[in-house]
Every structure is written in structure tokens, then in C-alpha cells.
Design a protein around this ligand. Structure first.
Ligand SMILES: [Zn+2]
Length: 207
């Protein structure tokens, strides 16, 4: 198990720097390093370690991406892991992002995707590889796995409907490890976004 270079926590980010040196960083120290590289204030994205929504507690993780900040809410473990993601802009604080993440979690958990054996008109379906056969897919609905055949049977009930979908990136497992080459990461945020910090008329709708 690799130890974080900066704080001795578990170093799950294995980063090769431009000089070829490999260092291990924990989630927190990697995000801080990437923020500094992009010229962002890491303090802006502070968030609580967990949030409670409708009486259920969710662990919160954050990850700085090239195009924004992703906040992940997790509950449960292993194959029953529930995960929900909200991606905010670099201008949005961690506190503001928590409001958005909470409402997304509330929406997803208050109303299950499936009720009485039928898909609801809105919901979330995870698409994952089958453990035994990588040519096959499994579908995760409300923390349960369905085979391709079972999922097709579910769709068959809705024959004659349109399936309107929103494709989202799957939330990484909190135990994942990342291998990154620093040379692949930008130094500074893309485009003209830097100028927007000084523009009083700019708001999130312009994104
Ligand atoms: Zn650390």
C-alpha cells in the first residue's frame, strides 16, 4: 500500500511528474496539487466528509477535473454501492455544490427507479460489465443487478414508449486507484474562463 507523500494517508493517486519521478498522493493532496497547477484556490471547493439526506448518510468525495469539479455521494458497499455525482464549474464553491448534490441525492433516493416491477418515468440505470462474461452487460437499478435478458424484459413492458435518456459518467468506486502522467494534465484552466472571474455580469448560465 502506497503512502501519500504529503500527509501519510493512503496514496491512491500514482502520479508521474514531468521529471519522470513517481509520487503517491491521497485524494485530498492530489486535488490540492492539481488546483495549484491549474491556478485555482483549493479552499473554494471545501465540502463536508458526509451529508445526510432524507435520514440517510452519504460519504462525499471530490475530484478536480480539467473542465470542472466533481462531487460524489456514496452510500453502501461493494455491489450495493449507491453513487451519485454532481459536476460544478470552477466558479462554484463546495458549499453551493453541496446544495445541488443534496437535491440530486434526494431526487434519486426519494423516488426509486423501479416500482412494482416497472420502470418509473424517470430514473437511473447503471451499465456495467458482467463479472463472469465481459461480452455481456449487467444493469444496476436501485442497487440491484439485472441481466441483459431481465433488462430487456423490463423494457418490453414499456413497448410503444420512447426512452429519453441522459448519459452520465459512472461514479468511480471510492477504493479506485488512479495512474496519471503529469505531462497529460494542463497547466491552467482552458479557454478564456480566467477572464470571466472579473466579469460581474457572468453567471453559471453562461457555461
Ligand atoms: Zn495526502
Amino acid at each position: 500500500m502506497d503512502t501519500c507523500k504529503s500527509c501519510n494517508a493512503w496514496g491512491n493517486h500514482h502520479l508521474t511528474l514531468e521529471d519522470g519521478k513517481q509520487i503517491h498522493l491521497c485524494d485530498d493532496c492530489y486535488n490540492a496539487w492539481f488546483c495549484e497547477r491549474l491556478g485555482l484556490d483549493y479552499g473554494l471547493y471545501k465540502h463536508p466528509a458526509s451529508i445526510s439526506v432524507l435520514g440517510k448518510r452519504f460519504m462525499v468525495r471530490m475530484e478536480i477535473f480539467v473542465s470542472g469539479v466533481a462531487y460524489f455521494a456514496y452510500r453502501g458497499k461493494g455491489k450495493r454501492l449507491e453513487s451519485i455525482c454532481f459536476v460544478g464549474s470552477f466558479l462554484m464553491s463546495g458549499a453551493e455544490a453541496m446544495k445541488e448534490l443534496r437535491s440530486k441525492v434526494a431526487f434519486r433516493t426519494y423516488r426509486p427507479t423501479m416500482e412494482e416491477g416497472m420502470l418509473n418515468d424517470m430514473g437511473s440505470v447503471g451499465i456495467v460489465e458482467n463479472d463472469q462474461n465481459s461480452d455481456k452487460l449487467d444493469f444496476l437499478i436501485d442497487g440491484k443487478r439485472y441481466s441483459e435478458e431481465q433488462f430487456l424484459d423490463l423494457l418490453r413492458i414499456h413497448s410503444g414508449s420512447n426512452l429519453v435518456y441522459l448519459l452520465e459518467q459512472r461514479v468511480p468506486n471510492p477504493d479506485s486507484q488512479w495512474v496519471t502522467l503529469a505531462e497529460h494534465l494542463p497547466k491552467g484552466i482552458a479557454g478564456d474562463e480566467e477572464d470571466l472571474w472579473d466579469d460581474p455580469d457572468w453567471d453559471d448560465e453562461n457555461l
